[in-house]
Design a protein around this ligand. Structure first.
Ligand SMILES: C[S@@+](CC[C@H](N)C(=O)[O-])C[C@H]1O[C@@H](n2cnc3c(N)ncnc32)[C@H](O)[C@@H]1O
Length: 430
């Protein structure tokens, strides 16, 4: 999150050709869209179209933003309990959170070889849901610390299987209510041939009983003749850091993720944390811990199950890994940014996707391109080509299956530089 820059006000507005309804503006290259049902839910639930409400919510959002950016460790669980605070939260934070989720969906699709920007000729145009739908007929989404439900709404918009269950878990009943209402908009866009079960759980993560969810699923499954080809999706959106002093909460998550190996569950973990050193390192450590237990990173890492070279300072480079991307904002959101002076320009976020050991076993068949060698941008110089006369410089720091590689200094227009987290096929190596 950055302070708004004046020049954004002068950018021309491009009408959205896809929906024809919501005007959005592009910020940054290769931008992602928040899916239309998620956007519609935000417009209704935030009250952004009501000028009086929008003014009150903008002021409250400003206060929340100050608290969130002045030290996340000071965030009190009571902060978002009140419905007014929940509405202000959804007004300001929901769309950037949804944009991060959309970016991860796009990047996973590219990595598995099904989205634009992936290798040509590998079934471009296939959606993430179509791909997963070939292997699974049922998914359970566990949105842990779901807030306003941005992540599960985006995931469900992108990935609709035959049967879907969303478990929204948070300590704030006010946010849970918002999250469930948002899911209803996604449900309305789902069509008849997919079922959706939604449950809100107003509990501390440390108090969740996953066995209950499993019993519920088994009971539902027992009446069905369809083979159980089930996928679990665990979402941790900007919540792992909030559990830093909550050993019970973290242990509950780790135990559940570990049980995916013993129970041979097909599962995905979607993890996002702020793109600062401490939070990103903590997320990278979680990634390494899971990979040591048989999970495989499918984004951004090209290293699969190998320990993260950046976290382990291979080649003397200890840096933190985060992804970058642009997102196309709706006009109302741009106006909110102008009114509050708070702009979410580029997406900068430490985002990871990991496959459980059972799912990882099937990945070579599901996506041969995933296991091919690739190089991922994990660092760029602030001065294109490095600083002449001071250090050798590099154009990109790449994470490769063989470790970190610095590319030969080359003057690149920083505006057009490849964003962190994107894959490059051929670059000059030193
Ligand atoms: C920064 S918000 C992120 C919301 C959402 N995951 C997203 O990315 O859009 C963190 C959320 O986690 C919830 N939370 C924090 N600690 C929790 C805990 N121990 N148990 C359940 N929810 C928790 C908060 O109430 C808040 O809604």
């Amino acid at each position: 999150m950055t302070k708004i820059k004046k020049h954004f006000k002068k950018q021309p507005v491009k009408p959205d050709k896809r929906t024809g309804k919501v005007t959005r503006r592009t910020v940054g290259g290769g931008s992602v869209d928040v899916p239309a049902p998620v956007l519609r839910a935000w417009q209704e639930l935030s009250g952004i179209k009501d000028p009086a409400k929008a003014t009150v919510n903008a002021a409250k959002f400003r206060q929340l933003w100050r608290i969130f950016t002045s030290g996340r460790e000071r965030i009190s669980p009571e902060l978002l309990q009140d419905p007014g605070a929940a509405e202000a939260y959804i007004t300001g934070f929901h769309l950037p959170n949804a944009a991060r989720a959309a970016l991860l969906c796009r990047r996973i699709a590219q990595r598995v070889g099904i989205a634009p920007g992936a290798k040509p000729g590998v079934g471009s145009g296939v959606r993430l849901g179509d791909w997963l739908g070939k292997y699974f007929n049922h998914q359970r989404i566990f949105d842990l610390g779901c807030g306003s439900g941005a992540w599960s709404q985006v995931w469900l918009s992108e990935v609709r299987l035959k049967r879907n269950a969303v478990h929204l878990i948070d300590v704030s009943p006010a946010l849970l209510e918002m999250a469930a209402k948002g899911i209803a908009y996604v449900r309305a866009s789902m069509g008849q041939n997919a079922s959706l079960y939604v449950e809100t759980v107003a509990k501390e993560i440390g108090q969740i009983d996953f066995a209950q969810f499993d019993a519920q699923k088994n009971a539902q499954q027992s009446g069905s003749d369809a083979p159980d080809k089930s996928l679990d999706v665990y979402i941790l959106g900007y919540v792992w850091n909030e559990l830093i002093d909550d050993r019970t909460g973290r242990d509950r998550i780790l135990t559940r993720l570990d049980s995916c190996r013993t129970a041979k569950r097909n599962a995905l973990l979607l993890l996002a944390e702020p793109a600062t050193d401490e939070f990103a390192w903590d997320a990278m450590a979680l990634r390494d811990q899971l990979c040591a237990a048989g999970w495989v990173a499918i984004y951004p890492c090209p290293t699969g199950a190998r320990a993260c070279p950046m976290l382990n300072a291979e080649g003397g480079v200890r840096d933190w890994c985060f992804s970058e991307g642009g997102w196309r904002k709706p006009e109302e959101y741009m106006k909110l940014e102008e009114d509050t002076g708070i702009a979410h320009n580029k997406i900068n976020s430490a985002i990871f996707a990991l496959a459980s050991p059972e799912l990882a076993r099937q990945l070579p068949k599901m996506s041969p391109s995933l296991i091919e060698q690739s190089q991922v941008v994990v660092g760029k110089p602030s001065v294109p080509g490095g600083r002449p006369g001071r250090e050798k410089g590099f154009s990109y720091l790449l994470c490769t299956p063989d470790g970190l590689v610095k590319t030969a200094p080359k003057r690149i227009e920083i505006k057009f530089a490849k964003p962190r987290g994107s894959t490059v096929s051929s670059v000059a190596k030193p």
